[in-house]
Structures are given as structure tokens and as C-alpha cells.
Design a protein around this ligand. Structure first.
Ligand SMILES: [Zn+2]
Length: 318
């Protein structure tokens, strides 16, 4: 008995056609099959656990480097970055140190395609608080090694917290804050942790392809006047997979991008796509106002055929 050839998924044939020529091998494809992976520089894919370890490892690394920098500046230049406050209430220094400290989490997550999940974010927060106290402990050990009076860590922590004082503009040091120092200590920890979760939070807002487990790319295609005509034109060309028409429309709109960006009401069109599976969609956003008063309203997404996404990306009409 002759076994029926499996249907080729790339060139599906109706079953009756397969029946007619059972012994003929399928014709070779005109173009050699190139997996989409070959077309872009790819990060080697890691398993979910390895990626989590990579993200946490890189983040802890940059945190230690940032806190070491703080320590060295304190010792060598007598400059306490962590204690820099803007308007006496915003722990600007601690925020900046937190940002630098957590850059490793965000970069590693972006490069490895690790989704910034809630549990991972929580782990980062806990690790950053731990890193803060770890740094305090190391500072304590360094002080003991340097011959400071022997006291327990908590007594040292209490003493340093209560002896904080504001520096005045002439470089002089004011009265120690006493118990109020704990307010500054609290601000420092909050600022450091807040700074540390900002980059991971920003990453969480990026479009993500859960199929390929990687972050998607966003490309602004056009800024249109907020009128039905041009919006509908782009939508229907994309839905009809009319590559040439769509590319011409994008090219045309690119020329008017700057002028249209000054309009009070305008629609931005973004192509959001995965470089691996070419899954993607068009995102239409209504923007109103200018400067810091811009109001964004999502107008909805137009899902795209992966083949069309691949062709548009190859055509690069922007
Ligand atoms: Zn994908």
C-alpha cells in the first residue's frame, strides 16, 4: 500500500491533486527557504529560568557597581549623592542612584526578551531594598576596619541616621537632625527603590510578542491630520495588503510629518511588529494639544498579516 504524502504546509494542495500525482516529489521552491531568524541579529534564545537568572544577575551587578560608586564618592570626595534632595523633599540623588542601579535589570530583560512580569518586578523591589541595606552593612564593616569605635550594626545605623545634617550653601554643616534623620533615611530608601523600578516599569509598557517571547519594535509611519480620509486610506490599504499603495502613502505622509506634528489634533500611525514572527499591527493614536499638555487617545489597532508586515519592513518606506 502506498502511503499518502503529507500535505506540504507551505504549498497546501487540495487532496484530489495529491491523489492524482502520488509519486511525483513536490517541485523545489523557487526561493530557498530562509528562516526569519537569519535576517536579523538574534540574541541566542535562553530558557525562561536562564533569562530570569540573567536579568537578576545583571541587575544585582549594576546595583553593586552603583552603590560602590556612592560609597567611593562618599569616602574619597566627601560627597553623599544619596543625600542630595531637591527642594528638601524630593530624594533626587537616591532616585538617580536607583536608576543607575537597576539599569542592568532593564537592559538584560530587553536583550533576552524576558517579560517584565509582576513577580519579577516584586523580586527587583525586594532585591533593591536588600542591596540598600547590604551597602549600609558594607559601609559599616569598612568603618570598623578603619578603626571606628566598635559597635553593633544597628547602633551604627542609628548613629549615622541621627547625625545627618543639612549642608548649607557655604559648605558648612548644620545641626544634626536627630530622630528626623529617619525621615531622610526613609526618603533615601523610597527614592532608591522608586528609581530602580522606573526602567523595568517602562519596559513593562513596551509591546511584547508572547509567541516569540521578545519585545516588539515600534516604528512611526505617519502623522496624519485628524480627519477620516487619510486614516481610512491607510487602514484600507493595510487591510487589502496593498504593499505598493501602502508604501507610497507612508512615503507621502513622511514628507508632511513635521508640518502635521504641529497641528492641534493629529493622528500618529505606528507599526508595531515582532522581528521574529513578523506578527504586528498598526496603532492609531489621536494626539491633542502640544508641549507637556498632549492628550493621547488610542483609536484602536489594525491587525496585519505577517507576510504584509515582512514586506513593509523590507520595503522600508519611512
Ligand atoms: Zn513574534
Amino acid at each position: 500500500m502506498i502511503q499518502q504524502q503529507p500535505n506540504d504546509p507551505n504549498q497546501p494542495k487540495p487532496p484530489d491533486q495529491i491523489q492524482e500525482q502520488p509519486h511525483q516529489p513536490p517541485p523545489p521552491p523557487e526561493e530557498p527557504f530562509r528562516p526569519p531568524q537569519d535576517r536579523y541579529l538574534m540574541v541566542p534564545r535562553l530558557g525562561p529560568l536562564s533569562r530570569s537568572i540573567l536579568v537578576l544577575g545583571c541587575g544585582v551587578g549594576t546595583s553593586m557597581a552603583a552603590l560602590l560608586g556612592v560609597f567611593l564618592l562618599n569616602v574619597l570626595a566627601d560627597e553623599n549623592i544619596m543625600g542630595l534632595y531637591a527642594n528638601y523633599v524630593i530624594p533626587a540623588g537616591a532616585l538617580l542612584v536607583g536608576l543607575a542601579a537597576s539599569s542592568g535589570y532593564a537592559f538584560a530583560a530587553w536583550f533576552s526578551g524576558r517579560k517584565m512580569s509582576g513577580p519579577l518586578l516584586l523580586t527587583i523591589v525586594l532585591l533593591q531594598i536588600l542591596a540598600y541595606f547590604g551597602a549600609q552593612y558594607l559601609e559599616y564593616l569598612a568603618n570598623v576596619a578603619a578603626g571606628a569605635p566598635n559597635m553593633g550594626f544597628f547602633a551604627y545605623f542609628d548613629m549615622t541616621t541621627q547625625s545627618w545634617a543639612w549642608k548649607d550653601k557655604n559648605g558648612g554643616v548644620g545641626q544634626p537632625l536627630g530622630k528626623l534623620g529617619y525621615l531622610l533615611r526613609f526618603g533615601e530608601i523610597v527614592g532608591f527603590t522608586l528609581g530602580a523600578i522606573l526602567p523595568p516599569l517602562a519596559l513593562r509598557g513596551l509591546p511584547y510578542c508572547s509567541l516569540c517571547e521578545r519585545y516588539m519594535k515600534t516604528r512611526q509611519l505617519a502623522v496624519l491630520p485628524a480627519e477620516a480620509g487619510p486614516v481610512e486610506e491607510m487602514t484600507s490599504l493595510a487591510k487589502a495588503r496593498h504593499l505598493d499603495g501602502f508604501a507610497d502613502a507612508v512615503k507621502g505622509h513622511q514628507a508632511n510629518k513635521k508640518a502635521n506634528a504641529k497641528l492641534g489634533r493629529r493622528v500618529t500611525v505606528k507599526l508595531i511588529h515582532c522581528v521574529q514572527c513578523s506578527g504586528g499591527h498598526l496603532q492609531f493614536t489621536l494626539e491633542e494639544g502640544s508641549g507637556q499638555q498632549i492628550k493621547h487617545t488610542q483609536m484602536g489597532d489594525v491587525p496585519l498579516d505577517p507576510e504584509f508586515v515582512r514586506d513593509v519592513v523590507d520595503a522600508r518606506p519611512w
